[in-house]
Unconditional design. Structure first.
Length: 367
């Protein structure tokens, strides 16, 4: 295995905390133990279960409509994705084979799958289609040795939602080809289940991954959830034996208590996100230098700038001259766009940040 680094995260860590105003944060505002009705005395410091904390698996199964045998508990969504890549590429004969990842996309996923030795290629989710997946194009790009297709829903970086019919067609592709399709769903709960269901509900060879950071405001717990068929989940637990062995029981116990209040957490997130997205919409749609495929909900957006600007250079300029952080579209594979994240900012700070962004894209010298 060769680890060349996760380029997006290296950039994010280098720029974290540099600017007073930030449009880079894609997490929801943190939740406290008090809000969850918990105290420190409610959390036991105990050893973990190597096959997942059973009380958490039971709550997850009930909340997400799956069997406990279909639930893998990992170290954040990132950890679940990494273990899933190992399991998917190891279960087929003939080596790691070929993997397809979306572009633009969350390139941490591309970078995380490369160490396993797979040939990684991309398929387009075009801006002009609202970042939809063209399933016919995806079929054409499959190879006999394609083991895995990786997508996000809500799409990261744009926030676009996959419709139920699209997810069903992806499940049909996986079944017909014999590959796995992994859907990273960390933002999905910003929309209703009926509008964009969890991919695992499509059954078969579909894998769903989510976490507790983006919607639930529990990023510090580092709890991730993976849903797949029972045989795949057992393989994931065998692979994680080579890593930490088990999650932190206090973290898993808090996660279980939090997910018993999942309806409240989701309602809280949507209540915070809706006016923030409305504010972003007002600025983007009022500005003749910006256009976008408007996301249906959530705390990320991916507007296009109607100027020929290098977005890596733009991000440095805004940080230096406007005390503002944004994430370059180049890091997601689409120059000319920037990702705006607005889950943490207060209404006042978000308004100021958006105005600085609009001023800055006008003031930046041309190339």
């Amino acid at each position: 295995m060769r680890f060349d680094g996760v380029h997006y995260l290296r950039w994010a860590k280098e720029h974290q905390g540099r600017a007073r105003y930030s449009l880079t944060c894609s997490n929801m505002r943190p939740v406290t133990l008090t809000e969850l009705g918990l105290g420190l005395d409610d959390v036991a410091i105990a050893s973990g279960d190597p096959d997942g904390y059973e009380p958490l698996k039971a709550v997850v199964a009930e909340q997400f409509g799956v069997s406990p045998a279909e639930v893998f508990i990992g170290s954040g969504a990132t950890g679940c994705n990494f273990v899933a890549f190992a399991a998917a590429l190891d279960e087929a004969a003939g080596g790691p084979g070929h993997v397809l990842c979306e572009t633009p996309g969350y390139t941490c996923l591309d970078d995380a799958v490369r160490p396993f030795g797979a040939a990684v290629e991309t398929f387009a989710r075009p801006y002009d289609s609202g970042f939809a997946i063209d399933c016919d194009d995806l079929r054409r790009r499959l190879r006999p040795d394609t083991r895995l297709v990786v997508v996000t829903n809500l799409h990261n970086p744009s926030g676009a939602a996959l419709q139920p019919a699209e997810l069903a067609e992806l499940a049909d592709i996986a079944a017909a080809h014999g590959c796995r399709i992994l859907v990273d769903e960390v933002y999905r709960d910003f929309v209703a289940e009926s509008a964009s269901p969890t991919a695992r509900r499509c059954g078969g060879r579909m894998i769903s991954v989510t976490g507790l950071s983006k919607v639930y405001g529990l990023s510090g717990l580092r709890v991730g959830l993976l849903f797949a068929d029972a045989a795949f989940v057992r393989r994931c637990y065998r692979i994680v034996d080579y890593l930490a062995g088990s999650n932190s029981v206090p973290g898993d116990a808090i996660a279980a208590a939090a997910l018993r209040r999942r309806d409240w957490l989701v309602e809280r997130a949507r209540r915070i996100a809706a006016p923030a997205l409305a504010r972003v919409r007002a600025h983007v749609e009022a500005d003749d230098l910006l256009e976008w495929a408007a996301p249906p909900a959530g705390i990320i957006a991916f507007p296009r700038i109607r100027r020929p600007l290098n977005t890596l250079v733009l991000a440095d300029f805004l940080e230096r001259e406007y005390d503002l952080g944004v994430t370059p579209g180049d890091l997601f594979g689409l120059p000319g766009h920037v990702r705006l994240g607005f889950g943490l900012a207060s209404p006042e700070d978000l308004e100021e940040a958006l105005q600085r962004f609009r001023d800055g894209i006008r003031a930046m010298p041309g190339e």
